[in-house]
Design a protein. Structure first.
Length: 247
């Protein structure tokens, strides 16, 4: 770590639980962020500012005017641009030292495996169950911890699925992939803008903790946020021995 980095990250380094070793772990880390929208924007911005050495952003969409109410990595001038390129510009302005890979792709499971394998942590910032299950299957197969978030209307949720030790549940234990779930889109249901910032920031926090090996992660717990009452609730999630993914 050079003198400029010691100064840039000094407020992290001052924390006993982080120190130089923890900050170096961030600089050496590679985080895969799937989705560069409402959740991916704040998550990636905090990961970049914290000094995660490499960020890979994956999203096949372009910036739309309706995104700007909540997707804070994008600007009015970038409407029509690929989201990953727009977000990359924002992240480079925050921290020009990090490496950013911007992939405008709709990835299948084989491609996901290629992207997940070199990652330290994966953030699922998508908005549909099929993709979430595909990401979960690949993360379990390659033993890469997964930080998952979701927001719709005034409701948010966030959890960590880390099956490396073989004792914690995966996403499929909580939402079985053979059950029918309805994808609720922001375009039809709406979303309260600040909640994606809250949940996205929490995803970044959990990812940073996992990389540095500090504190206790949300593995085995699902946090639920009622934004109308601004109340958090927590529920324990047990590993399903019969789970077709991690059982």
């Amino acid at each position: 770590m050079n003198d400029a980095q010691l100064l840039r990250y000094s407020r992290h380094i001052l924390i006993d639980e982080i120190g130089i070793e923890g900050q170096q772990a961030l600089l050496d880390a590679h985080v895969l962020v799937i989705g560069a929208g409402g959740l991916g924007s704040p998550a990636a911005m905090y990961l970049a500012s914290a000094g995660v050495g490499k960020l890979t952003l994956v999203d096949d969409d372009t910036v739309d005017l309706t995104n700007l109410q909540r997707q804070i990595a994008h600007t009015t001038a970038r409407v029509g641009q690929p989201k990953v390129l727009s977000a990359s510009e924002t992240l480079r302005n925050i921290n020009p030292e990090i490496v950013i890979a911007a992939l405008q792709e709709r990835v299948d499971e084989a491609r996901l495996a290629e992207l997940v394998l070199p990652a330290t942590v994966v953030l699922d910032c998508t908005d549909n169950f099929a993709t979430r299950h595909a990401v979960n299957r690949v993360c379990v197969a390659h033993k890469v911890p997964l930080v998952s978030g979701a927001v719709i209307r005034f409701d948010g949720q966030v959890s960590v699925f880390d099956t490396r030790a073989g004792t914690q549940p995966c996403y499929c234990c909580l939402f079985p992939q053979d059950q029918a779930f309805t994808d609720e889109a922001c375009s039809t249901m709406g979303v309260f803008a600040p909640l994606v910032g809250v949940v996205g920031a929490m995803q970044a926090a959990e990812a940073l903790k996992l990389i540095m090996g500090v504190g206790e992660s949300l593995a085995g717990r699902l946090l639920l946020l009622d934004g109308l009452r601004m109340e958090w609730s927590s529920m324990r999630v047990a590993r399903d021995p019969a789970c077709p993914v991690c059982g």
